[in-house]
Ligand binder design. Structure first.
Ligand code: HEM
Length: 130
């Protein structure tokens, strides 16, 4: 059963999840991702706070479930999670870039990176602040 707040349908197989190194691989990628987000002046204002550990844990569960890794995302839906944050295309792209750098560092195959990014891209529509 897919978690109601996941934001997209999960992949059919866990092949991409394996390309991420399973749960341990995903956790270390998200650790680096958060370091990147706090180091980047474009995303620092959003993540340089006490919530970052919680957000990182939620991202692990969400990405794991999206990649059919056997997790169940327990967090809030994408609309209410990002309400009031004034996220626009450049903030979204900055986050994606930092994610790509983290995936690259952990040698996630390009094809696998893009399979996950394809699940995330449509979420912009609900996260964006008009
Ligand atoms: C597809 C892209 C994104 C995904 C999948 C995503 C995912 C998440 C998740 C799972 C949470 C935690 C939900 C919860 O509270 O239970 C969260 C919260 C948050 N996200 Fe995102 N996010 C995305 C894009 C962004 C962008 C572009 C920014 C800003 C540059 C951002 C900033 C935040 C912040 C600041 C919070 C914490 C909000 C709060 O509770 O005060 N997110 N996000």
């Amino acid at each position: 059963e897919t978690s109601p707040n996941l934001g997209n349908t999960p992949m059919e197989t866990n092949e991409t999840f394996q390309d991420f190194g399973g749960k341990p691989g995903l956790v270390s990628i998200m650790d680096d991702f958060m370091v990147n987000l706090v180091a980047d002046p474009r995303t620092k204002p959003y993540f340089d706070n006490e919530k970052q550990t919680y957000i990182k844990a939620m991202l692990v569960e969400q990405m794991c479930e999206l990649m059919n890794g056997g997790c169940s995302y327990p967090g809030r839906d994408m609309k209410s999670s990002h309400a009031g944050l004034k996220i626009n295309r450049s903030a979204f792209n900055a986050l994606v870039e930092n994610f790509q750098v983290a995936m690259e560092k952990h040698n996630v195959p390009f094809r696998a990176q893009n399979k996950l990014l394809a699940k995330l891209a449509p979420m912009y529509r609900v996260i964006e602040e008009k």
